[in-house]
Design a protein around this ligand. Structure first.
Ligand code: PBG
Length: 333
């Protein structure tokens, strides 16, 4: 039954906005530190970090420094870190063999975080792009990004990450059939407890630009990713992808990018009611940071408002480069 609303002045909608206490009482969405996953970039070497020009405040860190960052995250109460590797140009090959090496920088980082900060869940990225000579998430044959051969490689990558101790695997490649293939391999290899947070509705977005700088893929990438990532103007297709990934054994799903796709977050949550995450990607971070640095926007205010928007749109959590800064704000209040 629809509630009837008394006409003005009996109803004054400003009444419940009048004081902080009343606003808190009627507030619907809540952001907490528990909602944050912090993406970090890891590189070879020791005791060093490099700033990323297009992402002010974000660094590539060596494995030992990532372990230190993980301890800080743990102290802030952040539940999970997501690792992205930076590999030098000469380590990239056509066969991408480094992707499933147990000793690649990402797998070393997983082990280092597990040692340093055992309470932190470690999430990974599964795609060939950091290891691929041409910057694509899959193998390229005669100019085409091939699906099935790529899935076999992604499964090897997933197993190497699970062996290294990853808690959450994040396939970001958008190949067909990868979730089922990974789930089968995990079950068969004693990794029943490893979860999959599928990059399910990942759009072919221009907002990934700064990330590709961070992992050194901008220079490498030939062409675009439109034959595997989604068309930004589609929405029903996202629901088909979620249904498909859940049927193959995904535990959690993601919408990416975040802010321009809040309608997708809401549809996914309403339709399936499963753990739903959004990725506030590098370009979203960069534009807010740039405006804040110019004094055009209030940094903390827009950070918190943008993250709150994800909660309002139905997300259970957010991957965001703001995670430590947001955690600090949340821990103060
Ligand atoms: C690569 C990957 C990308 C991001 C996460 N994993 C870039 C891409 O698909 O080109 C983007 C993250 C960001 O922009 O913050 N598979």
């Amino acid at each position: 039954m629809k509630p009837t609303i008394a006409p003005y002045p009996h109803t004054r909608l400003r009444r419940t906005r009048a004081t902080p206490a009343l606003r808190r009482l009627v507030r619907q969405a809540h952001l907490s530190v528990d909602d944050l996953i912090w993406p970090v970039f890891v590189m070879d070497g020791t005791d060093a970090e490099e700033p990323i020009a297009s992402m002010p405040g974000v660094f590539r860190r060596t494995v030992d420094r990532v372990a230190v960052a993980a301890k800080e995250a743990q102290a802030l109460g952040i539940p999970a870190i997501c690792i992205f590797p930076y590999t030098s140009m000469d380590a990239r090959t056509e066969d991408c063999a480094l992707a499933w090496s147990p000793d690649n920088v990402a797998n070393r980082a997983i082990r280092a975080i597990k040692d340093a900060a055992p309470d932190i869940a470690v999430m990974t990225d599964i795609a060939l792009d950091p290891y691929n000579i041409n910057g694509h998430d899959g193998f390229v044959e005669n100019g085409e990004i091939v699906n099935d051969r790529t899935v076999d490689a992604l499964v090897r990558m997933a197993l190497a990450q699970a062996d290294a101790g990853a808690d959450i695997l994040g396939p970001s490649d958008m190949m067909d059939g990868r979730i089922g293939a990974m789930r089968t391999a995990l079950e068969e290899n004693g990794h029943q407890k490893v979860t999959i947070l599928s990059y399910t509705a990942k759009y072919a977005s221009a907002f990934y630009g700064p990330f590709r700088d961070a992992v050194g893929a901008s220079a490498a990438l030939t062409g675009d990713k439109k034959t595997y990532q989604m068309d930004p103007l589609n929405s029903d297709e996202a629901l088909r992808l979620v249904e498909r990934d859940l049927s193959e054994g995904a535990d959690m799903v993601m919408v990416k990018p975040g802010m321009p796709y809040l309608d997708i977050c809401r549809r996914v949550k309403d339709t399936f009611g499963v753990p739903t995450f959004a990725y506030q990607v590098s370009g979203e971070y960069a534009m807010l940071q740039a405006a804040a640095q110019n004094g055009w926007l209030d940094h903390d205010a827009v950070m918190m408002e943008s993250l709150g928007g994800f909660k309002r749109a139905g997300c259970d959590g957010i991957l965001t480069y703001f995670a430590p800064a947001a955690a600090r704000v949340l821990n103060e209040t």
